[in-house]
Design a protein around this ligand. Structure first.
Ligand code: MOS
Length: 728
């Protein structure tokens, strides 16, 4: 399917778009509550140590300051399974919150926070991965329950017998998520209940944590996230420690409190993509068939908790190879706790694998696309399960054709345009299908509006819009006749928005509830003596575009007219769906990304001028929003390739580039032309046919760009990001 960039049928723009661009949409930090106080964090300025004292004298004397909390006076909270802030004296990383000031205005709180004197007895710290390489940690599992190590066949033996062996190290840096909307919480008590407006990827997850930490029954906690300005992984667990502080402050002062992170705090307080060092050994036969892969990944974690992204997944799963061994290990650094960030694991892991395959293609003088096509996997060799569906080959061919790949000169550094070297590179992409249980209800109002209620949240992806679309189609009403409620724990429990989970999880539940409602409507209308359709069998009527009509004659009635009548009142259907405990198929979304770069021959600056990508990720509900998700993912991939890196000063242990002018992200001027192709799949093994699409665009993209840089310049760069100083 070619993807429309303009509205067209299912390609509907976000329903809340106007509210957002006019500023009418209220985000968490914009909630106004009577008597609201404002909190500000005080952060440790050393990477390791013990807080001896917090001198609040000056701060408390400042105008408007109401209270100051630190570990000596902060209320105790139950352990939530993450770093509890202000509960003890230990400092684990620079930037760790060690005190909290509460004041009448945000400016007063920030000014007072700057005046707080924190006395920390410093301790020795490890401030870089290479300073910690001696002590390697084996975590229990990778994120998502993925196994840490894997082994099939005899990879070491096969490496000794392969015609070609490539052994290289690839590195990826720390990244920060940096959603546009800073993390925020506004909390107050309302009729004996704690109400928490917060910017979160999981209203129910947040409620569970707050109820636990403050020892409250869950029904006494309400979490609301009506609009969320992006998350990319940082508004899940990573936000919980500071979220708890915001609620703790409100309980302590017995008044509503607002806490909003500053941009600089977002670099230390709400997680990061972990730095990786990846050693790859690949054995290949002379004809370009994979013989063995050994992938050993090392990644940063904090000194107080373990986190491992599934970095080795591409090496285990993407291609057919009988002999594969992977290991994943951690080293502890006095740095913030890493957590998932868009395409966690598969993003950095695919950079290594897809770069290495490009190196082998060059060495064997085989076209890089042809090399992939020779190594397609007939089944998932890691789990030994058949694919639910696998669109990799189609994606590779569709994107290659659209890109014009067959015109690519085989050798690097062949091609100059104006003052630049031009290069083309490509890579494959995959991301697993995850799903959660989901509850939803769909009802009919007296006004004839179909009301969808689901306690998931829209983090900017278009969740609200597709919820409405699914219900409109399943019930048989126009989109304008649907109203969606989400982002509130007073609704039926919906899924987390992360890991491309949400749409795959709520679609089956909403479709089941919506179909149930349609059935009830049809049954009730034929039993309603006041309806013109009275007396027909329920399968002799149907509901299309809001019109109830007979299939056998011309009798009809609008749903809106019938909805106001007594027989239509109180119609609501609730559904709960859950994924199979032990799936019989291996389910992944796949993709292929082709990039063109221009590298300035004198300055070494890299511009991505064109990206063509094809994705096969099951059924697509809204091609316009899907395209937007893929573009967003690809932009993240461009950032990974050329711009983003969180830098820590090894001497002080502090993050040094804590602003959007020092931490580079791709901007409009960096954008290439995007040509996105959606390969529609009808996957009968997945409920609703949905695979999830949010992560896919970021997988493989950095490798495709690095491979294009090699093709342009003959320079193989194995460390991200690729900057002009590497190309001079
Ligand atoms: Mo995510 S990176 O699971 O929001």
């Amino acid at each position: 399917m070619t993807v429309p960039e303009r509205p067209n049928g299912r390609a509907t723009p976000r329903l809340e778009a106007e509210l957002k661009v006019t500023g009418a949409a209220r985000y968490a930090a914009e909630q106004t509550v009577q008597g609201l106080l404002h909190a500000a964090l005080v952060q440790a300025d050393v990477p390791s140590g013990v807080v001896r004292n917090v001198d609040a004298t000056a701060a408390l004397a400042m105008p408007g300051v109401v209270a100051l909390l630190w570990h000596a006076n902060a209320p105790r909270v139950r352990n939530g399974g993450f770093l509890a802030l202000l509960q003890d004296a230990t400092v684990h990383f620079a930037g760790q919150p060690v005190a909290l000031v509460i004041a009448e205005s945000p400016q007063q709180a920030l000014r007072a926070a700057a005046a707080v004197k924190v006395d920390i007895e410093p301790a020795p710290a490890i401030t870089a991965m290479n300073a910690a390489l001696g002590e390697v940690v084996s975590p229990k599992e990778a994120a998502g329950g993925v196994a840490v190590d894997s082994r099939r066949g005899e990879p070491e033996r096969e490496l000794t017998q392969a015609a070609h062996v490539l052994a290289q190290r690839y590195t990826t840096p720390t990244h920060n998520h940096l959603p546009l909307e800073p993390h925020a919480v506004v909390t107050h008590w309302e009729q004996g209940r704690l109400t928490v407006h917060t910017s979160t990827q999981a209203v129910f997850g947040s409620r569970r944590i707050l109820a636990h930490c403050f020892d409250l029954p869950p029904e006494r906690v309400r979490v609301v996230a009506q609009y969320v300005g992006g998350g990319f992984g940082s508004k899940g667990r990573a936000w919980f420690p500071a979220l708890v502080l915001g609620v703790m402050a409100a309980r302590h002062v017995q008044r509503p409190v607002r806490l909003e992170l500053t941009r600089a705090q977002m670099f230390c307080v709400v997680g990061r993509r972990q730095e990786t060092v990846q050693d790859l050994k690949i054995g290949m036969d002379a004809d370009g068939r994979l013989r063995a892969i050994v992938h050993d990944a090392l990644a940063q974690t904090s000194t107080f908790a373990e986190h491992l992204d599934p970095v080795a997944t591409p090496s285990r799963v993407l291609y057919g190879c009988a002999h594969v061994a992977t290991t994943q290990r951690l080293v502890r650094v006095n740095a913030p706790q890493p957590n998932p960030m868009r395409a966690p694991g598969e993003g950095p892991g695919s950079f290594a694998l897809e770069s290495a395959l490009d190196e082998l293609a060059h060495r064997l003088d085989i076209d890089p696309l042809e090399l992939r096509l020779r190594n397609l996997a007939e089944r998932d060799m890691h789990t030994d399960l058949p694919w639910s569906s696998n669109g990799l080959e189609t994606c590779l061919r569709v994107a290659a054709d659209a890109f014009g790949w067959s015109r690519r000169p085989r050798k690097p550094q062949q091609w100059q345009q104006n003052h630049s070297w031009v290069g083309w590179g490509m890579a494959s992409a995959l991301y697993p299908v995850f799903r959660m249980a989901c509850e939803a209800s769909v009802g009919l109002s007296r006004e004839g509006v179909v009301c969808v209620r689901c306690g998931t949240q829209d983090i900017g992806t278009g969740t609200l819009t597709v919820l409405a679309q699914i219900a409109a189609e399943a019930v048989g009403v126009p989109l304008a006749a649907v109203q969606v409620e989400l982002g509130d724990t007073d609704l039926p429990e919906g899924p987390y928005s992360g890991g491309s989970i949400a749409t795959a999880s709520f679609t089956p539940a909403v479709e089941e509830a919506a179909r149930g409602l349609k059935k009830r409507i049809l049954a009730n209308v034929v039993a309603d003596p006041d309806s013109p359709l009275y007396g027909l069998a329920s399968d002799q009527v149907t509901l299309v575009e809001g019109l109830l009509h007979s299939r056998i004659d011309t009798r009809r009635q609008t749903l809106a007219a019938w909805a106001a009548t007594p027989a239509a009142q109180g119609l609501q259907v609730h559904a709960r769906t859950a994924p199979a405990e032990r799936p019989a198929y291996s389910a992944y979304g796949f993709g292929a990304v082709f990039a063109e770069v221009h590298v300035d021959a004198t300055l070494g600056t890299v511009r991505v001028t064109r990206i063509t990508a094809a994705y096969a990720a099951g059924r697509i509900l809204n091609p316009m929003l899907a395209r937007s998700q893929y573009v967003g993912g690809l932009v993240g991939g461009i950032g990974m390739a050329l711009h983003e890196a969180t830098l820590m000063d090894q001497a002080s242990g502090r993050v040094v580039n804590t602003s959007l002018s020092d931490y580079l992200v791709p901007v409009h001027a960096d954008m290439p032309r995007f040509d996105i192709h959606i390969v529609e799949e009808d996957d009968p093994h997945l409920a609703g046919g949905i695979k999830g699409i949010g992560m896919l665009g970021t997988v493989g993209t950095a490798a495709a760009i690095a491979n294009a840089v090699f093709h342009a310049t003959g320079r193989r760069l194995r460390d991200l990001p690729i900057r002009l100083e590497h190309l001079l």
